[in-house]
Design a protein around this ligand. Structure first.
Ligand code: ZN
Length: 86
């Protein structure tokens, strides 16, 4: 049984593609009805990362005002414009 909390912490030290691999693995193992749940879980994980859960280092996009943008992001996940780095 996968602990989503543990998965989130694991992913926090890695990158988003790891989450995709994990979800693909889960979907392969179960197929069918669970696939939708897996996709929802993936979305939740991505949103959790976007909200900075586990890092606490977030900022706001200066272009569109989106919150929860990780400070190490080079581009805004909402509007795609480059974020100022300092
Ligand atoms: Zn933006």
């Amino acid at each position: 049984m996968v602990s989503w909390g543990g998965v989130t912490r694991y992913i926090a030290g890695e990158t988003a593609p790891v989450a995709t691999d994990t979800i693909n693995y889960v979907a392969d193992e179960t197929k069918g009805s669970v696939e939708t749940v897996a996709k929802s879980a993936a979305k939740g994980i991505v949103e959790g990362i976007a909200a900075g859960r586990g890092t606490g280092a977030t900022s706001f996009c200066p272009h569109c005002g989106a919150g929860g943008v990780q400070v190490n992001y080079k581009f805004c996940p909402e509007c795609g414009k480059p974020l100022a780095t300092s």
